[in-house]
Design a protein around this ligand. Structure first.
Ligand code: 5AD
Length: 340
């Protein structure tokens, strides 16, 4: 697909023509990663964060937010629940929390790998190579680190660098890959100031990095953040932060990166609670990440406003999967290297 074609799909509004994009993405999804939908149990282990991202509701400037860091025992209890549900992967996610120490994390990973058959995915933000190497050695399988937008100016603006530290996430992704992790990244769709050209660049980077996992969600304004309390900034977007726009990016990602594991994200389900999750799965996605964070912490992991689910694991992912004629994935659900 050349640049013009990609840009014209990104700007396409006609539902009839878009139907062709959805069908093509679904066909490639079926052929390249099959009908299995992999389930990853998500645990948000800490909401401490030292960054000041303008879009994010747990950024360090939000002083009114109570902060938590789960204990090893609390995390292990949830891990056992995820095993009981028959899932193949646990995802440990947090803000950028220096209170999560290298050795503590290594021991937790060793324990999960020793006591369960789960694949372990980490999503703990920017860390030094020593941490990445130690956690890989302890048995971690995958690492997620979104680059959020390929537009360097926009990224720098929305994600102000800490003093004296300008970290290039694309370089970190390459380091993670050379350590033997399966590597995931992704972006937000509809950020103020983001253009269609930017999305084209994002898609090119997905392809160039040969990512194993690609997460794509709409930007959701959070009223306590700089982006959420300046409505005039929001009107300055070329790209809408809608479910439709997000689905176009998911579908194009499937066409450009046919073997990647692509989640139908919670952010997509948040902007369209009735059918976001399903639309993602029908338009290229093959993964769901149900939230297992204990209820008392979940409302504190407030990256963007989302409905409060009451049950661990939330909406019944199994019935969604079966209603689409698909089946839940078995085992860890690694990225496929070959068409089966
Ligand atoms: N809207 C959508 N996604 C967000 N994230 C953070 N804030 C928002 C928001 N307001 C996503 C980013 C980040 C992850 C922690 O959550 O992609 O990588």
């Amino acid at each position: 697909m050349d640049k013009e074609t990609i840009l014209s799909w990104l700007k396409e509004e006609d539902p009839k023509r878009l139907e062709k994009l959805w069908q093509e993405a679904d066909k490639v999804r079926a052929r390249c990663v099959g009908d299995e939908v992999h389930l990853r149990g998500l645990i948000e282990i800490s909401n401490y964060c030292i960054n000041r991202c303008y879009y994010c509701g747990i950024n360090r400037d939000i002083r009114t937010l109570a902060r938590y860091r789960m204990t090893e025992e609390e995390i292990m209890a949830v891990v056992r629940e995820i095993v009981k549900r028959g899932y193949g992967t646990v995802v440990l996610q947090s803000g950028e929390d220096p209170g999560i120490k290298r050795t503590w994390m290594s021991e937790l990973i060793r324990r999960i790998k020793g006591e369960t058959p789960l694949a372990v995915t980490l999503s703990l933000g920017e860390r030094n190579v020593g941490d990445f190497a130690a956690w890989r050695k302890a048995g971690a399988d995958r690492y997620l680190l979104k680059f959020e937008t390929s537009n360097r100016y926009l990224y720098r603006y929305l994600h102000p660098p800490r003093q004296g530290e300008e970290i290039d996430r694309l370089i970190l992704l390459e380091e993670l890959s050379s350590l033997g992790y399966e590597v995931g990244s992704g972006i937000m769709v509809g950020l103020p100031g983001q253009t269609y050209e930017d999305l084209y660049e994002d898609l090119s980077i997905f392809r160039r990095l040969d990512l194993d996992m690609i997460g794509i969600g709409p930007f959701i304004p959070h009223p306590k953040t700089p982006l959420g309390c300046h409505p005039d900034w929001l009107s300055r977007s070329e790209v809408p932060n809608t479910d439709l726009m997000t689905c176009k990016v998911i579908a194009l990602t499937r066409l450009l990166c046919p073997m990647a594991n692509i989640p139908s994200t919670t952010a997509l389900a948040t902007v369209n609670p009735a059918s976001g999750r399903i639309l993602g799965l029908e338009r290229g996605a093959n993964v769901i990440m149900p939230n297992f964070t204990p209820i008392k912490y979940r409302k504190l992991y407030d990256i963007y406003p989302r409905p409060q689910e009451t049950a661990p694991g939330g909406e019944d992912p199994l019935s969604i999967i079966l209603s689409l004629g698909r089946r839940p994935g078995k085992g860890p659900g690694n990225r496929r290297r070959q068409i089966f």
